[in-house]
Design a protein around this ligand. Structure first.
Ligand code: 13P
Length: 252
C-alpha cells in the first residue's frame, strides 16, 4: 500500500519566530488528534534547525524547499543537501515550478540536485506540471513526461523508492483556480502509467503521487477521493494550522 501524504510548502512567507510558532501549533494539534496520513512540512532553510527541535517527526516530518546542485565548496549563498540533512530534515522539494520559472532551474540542474539529495539520505518530493498555455495546446502529458524523463527517470529502481511525485499545474498555483478532481485524476493516472512503463506496475502502485495547486479544506475531500491522488502539496493553506489540519482531515 502506498503512503498517503499531506505536505506543506511554506515558501517565502514567514520569519523565524512565526515559523517556529506555526510548527509548534501543527505538532501539538496533530499529536492530540493523530492524522490518518503522513504529514510533512517543508520550510525555508532558515527555519529548518529550529523547527526540527519542536517537531515530533513520527507525527510531522520536516523537509526543505530546495538544495544546491553542487556537493560543497565555494558557492556563496547556497545550501547543500548534506547541510539540509544535518538539520534533521528528511525531505526536500525539488523541481517546483517557481524554481524552474524564476531561478531558471533546468532538467539537467534538477537531475544533479536529485542525485545529491538521495546520496545524502533525503527523500525527494519532485514536482512537475504544465503552464496554462501548454494545457490549452493539449501538451500537458508531453510536458510532464519530459520533466520526469529529464530529471528522475534515470534513477535506479532502488533510488526510486525515495521519490514522491507532485503534480502541480502552474495555472492552479496560488491562483485559487484548482484543477478539477477529474483533471487532476486524469493526469495522476497518466503519471502512474509512465512510472509503470519505466519501473514496473508494482513500483508504480507503490509510488505516492500528490496533487498541488489551490488545495484547501473545502476541495481536498473530492480530490483525495480519486484513486490515483495520494494527497496534496499545499502552499497557501499550509500557513494556518487550522486550514492545514482541515486538509489532513480529508483522509479521515
Ligand atoms: P497553493 O496551494 O498556494 O496554490 O500552492 C501550491 C504549491 O505551489 C505547493 O508547492
Amino acid at each position: 500500500m502506498r503512503k498517503k501524504i499531506v505536505a506543506g510548502n511554506w515558501k517565502m512567507n514567514m520569519n523565524l519566530q512565526d515559523g517556529v510558532a506555526l510548527a509548534k501549533e501543527i505538532n501539538e494539534t496533530l499529536k492530540a488528534d493523530k492524522p490518518n496520513c503522513g504529514v510533512i512540512i517543508c520550510t525555508p532553510f532558515i527555519h529548518l534547525a529550529s523547527v526540527a527541535q519542536v517537531l515530533d517527526q513520527n507525527v510531522v516530518a520536516l523537509g526543505a524547499e530546495n538544495c544546491a546542485d553542487k556537493e560543497k565548496g565555494a558557492y556563496t549563498g547556497e545550501v547543500s543537501a548534506e547541510m539540509v540533512k544535518s538539520t534533521g530534515a528528511q525531505y526536500v522539494i525539488l523541481g517546483h515550478s517557481e524554481r524552474r520559472q524564476y531561478y531558471h532551474e533546468t532538467a539537467e540542474i534538477l537531475k544533479d540536485k536529485v542525485q545529491l539529495a538521495l546520496k545524502n539520505g533525503l527523500k525527494v518530493i519532485f514536482c512537475c506540471g504544465e503552464t496554462l498555455e501548454e494545457r490549452e495546446a493539449n501538451k500537458q502529458n508531453e510536458v510532464v513526461k519530459a520533466e520526469l524523463d529529464g530529471s528522475v527517470f534515470n534513477l535506479s529502481a532502488e533510488e526510486w523508492k525515495n521519490i514522491v511525485l507532485a503534480y502541480e499545474p502552474i495555472w492552479a498555483i496560488g491562483t485559487g483556480k484548482t484543477a478539477t478532481a477529474d483533471q487532476a485524476e486524469e493526469m495522476l493516472a497518466y503519471i502512474r502509467s509512465i512510472v509503470a512503463d519505466k519501473y514496473g506496475k508494482e513500483a508504480a502502485d507503490d509510488t505516492t503521487i500528490l496533487y498541488g495547486g489551490s488545495c484547501k479544506p473545502g476541495n481536498a475531500p473530492e480530490l483525495f477521493a480519486k484513486p490515483d491522488i495520494d494527497g496534496g502539496l499545499i502552499g497557501g493553506a499550509s500557513l494556518k494550522a487550522a486550514d492545514f489540519k482541515g486538509i489532513i482531515d480529508a483522509w479521515k
